[in-house]
Design a protein around this ligand. Structure first.
Ligand SMILES: *Cc1c(COP(=O)(O)O)cnc(C)c1O
Length: 367
C-alpha cells in the first residue's frame, strides 16, 4: 500500500522553515525579554498591516481573543449575543464566560456560515452583539450582518480563527466589524508552535482597552485601571509567527490549488461540495464535504490510509457545557454535524496525494 496521507502535517511547516524558525526562537531566548517587547510589537504591527486593520493586540489564545473583545465592549451579565448554531464551541464559550447568553442562529447550509436573513428574528431588547464566524476559511456574508447591526445598535465581533488571509468583497478579514478575533493554534492557517491569539480592530480606543485588559488592566506598572486578566502573546510565539507570516499568502495559494483540484475531481462524485460565493475569497482552512453516511466513508478512507476529521461531531447546544440548551431544536446545524467530513488539507499536501484521495472517494462512491 502507498504511504498514508495525514489529515494535516504540522511538522512540514517546520521542515520548510527550520533555519529561520530556530534562529527566531534563539533570538528571543538570547534577548532575555520573555514577556512582551519588540518581538510581540513587531508581529502585532505586521499582523495589523496584513489584515488591513489599524490595530492588532496579541493575546494568549483564540478563546481569550473572543472573550477579551466582549469584555472590552462591555458585554456581560444580562446581555445576549447572537452566535452561529454551528461553530467550534469556543465562540459560544467566550460569550458564556463573560456572563452573557449565547443566542444561536442557524446557518445557510450552502456556505456553513450564519444566515443573515434569520438574525433579526433572534434580536431582543437584551441583544448587544452579533458574532459571525468565518467557518472553514470562508468569509461570512458581512454586509447584511453589518447593516442589521447598525440598524439595531449592535456590535459585531468576528471569529476569524479559521480565516487568516481571507477576503470579503476584496478586503481582508480584519476590521469589517468592531473587533476581529484570531487564533494561532498550531493547526490554523497561521499557526504558532504553541498557543497564541490576537484581536484586530480599527478602533484605537478599543485597542487601548484591550492592551490593558490582557495585562492585568494595566498599562503602567502597578497601576490597575480595570479588572484585567493575564493573556499575553508569548514573544517566542510572536517570533515564530513573524517567520511564518511571510509565507502565509503562498501557503493559502497552495490550499486554493488543492481545493480547486478537489472541486474538479469530486464534481461528479455525489458528495455535496463546498460552494464559494463570488464575493468571497476563501482560504480553505478546511475542505468540508457532506455525505449522509459520513462515518462509513471515514472508516473506508481510513482503511485506504487517508486521514480525515469531523468539524464538528456535536453541535454546541448538545454539549454538556450548554446543558440548559439541550432541548433547543436547531435542525440545520444538527444535520450538518451529522454529515460533514473534512478531507486532508494543508499547504504541504502534495497534489499527488490529493489525487489519491479523489480516486479513493471515486471508488467508494461508485460501489
Ligand atoms: C480554533 C478556534 C477558536 C479558538 O482558538 P484557541 O486558540 O484554540 O483558543 C475559536 N473559534 C474557532 C472558530 C476556532 O476554530
Amino acid at each position: 500500500m502507498s504511504a498514508p496521507i495525514a489529515f494535516l502535517d504540522v511538522l512540514a511547516a517546520y521542515a520548510e522553515l527550520r533555519p529561520q524558525i530556530d534562529a527566531a526562537v534563539a533570538r528571543v531566548l538570547q534577548s532575555g525579554c520573555y514577556i512582551g517587547g519588540e518581538e510581540v510589537e513587531r508581529f502585532e504591527s505586521d499582523w495589523a498591516t496584513f489584515c488591513e486593520a489599524r490595530q492588532a493586540i496579541g493575546v494568549g489564545n483564540g478563546l481569550d481573543a473572543l472573550r477579551l473583545a466582549l469584555l472590552a465592549l462591555d458585554i456581560g451579565p444580562g446581555d445576549e449575543v447572537i452566535v452561529p448554531s454551528n461553530t467550534f464551541i469556543a465562540t459560544w464559550l467566550a460569550v458564556a464566560q463573560v456572563g452573557a447568553v449565547a443566542v444561536p442562529v442557524e446557518p445557510d447550509p450552502s456556505s456553513f456560515n450564519l444566515d443573515a436573513t434569520r438574525i433579526e428574528a433572534a434580536i431582543t431588547h437584551r441583544t448587544r452583539a452579533i458574532m459571525p464566524v468565518h467557518l472553514y476559511g470562508q468569509p461570512a456574508d458581512l454586509d447584511p450582518i453589518l447593516a442589521i447591526a447598525r440598524r439595531h445598535g449592535l456590535r459585531v465581533i468576528e471569529d476569524a480563527a479559521q480565516a487568516h488571509g481571507a477576503r470579503y468583497r476584496g478586503r481582508r478579514i480584519g476590521a469589517h466589524g468592531d473587533a476581529v478575533a484570531w487564533s494561532f493554534y498550531p493547526g490554523k492557517n497561521l499557526g504558532a508552535m504553541g498557543d497564541g491569539g490576537a484581536i484586530t480592530t480599527d478602533d484605537a480606543e478599543l485597542a487601548e482597552r484591550l492592551r490593558k485588559l490582557r495585562n492585568y488592566g494595566s498599562s503602567t506598572r502597578y497601576v490597575h485601571e480595570m479588572a484585567g486578566v493575564n493573556s499575553r502573546l508569548d514573544p517566542i510565539q510572536a517570533a515564530v509567527l513573524s517567520v511564518k507570516l511571510a509565507h502565509l499568502d503562498e501557503w493559502n495559494a497552495r490550499r486554493s490549488l488543492i481545493a480547486a483540484r478537489y472541486r474538479e475531481g469530486l464534481s461528479d462524485s455525489g458528495l455535496i461540495l463546498p460552494q464559494v460565493p463570488p464575493w468571497a475569497e476563501a482560504v480553505w482552512h478546511l475542505f468540508v464535504v457532506r455525505h449522509p453516511d459520513r462515518e462509513a466513508m471515514r472508516d473506508r478512507l481510513a482503511d485506504a490510509g487517508i486521514g480525515t476529521l469531523i468539524h464538528y461531531p456535536t453541535p454546541p447546544h448538545r454539549q454538556g457545557a450548554f446543558a440548559s440548551m439541550a432541548s433547543l431544536s436547531l435542525p440545520i446545524s444538527e444535520r450538518l454535524h451529522r454529515d460533514v467530513l473534512s478531507l486532508p488539507m494543508g499547504p504541504h499536501l502534495g497534489l499527488q496525494a490529493v489525487d489519491r484521495v479523489i480516486e479513493a472517494i471515486g471508488l467508494l462512491m461508485s460501489r
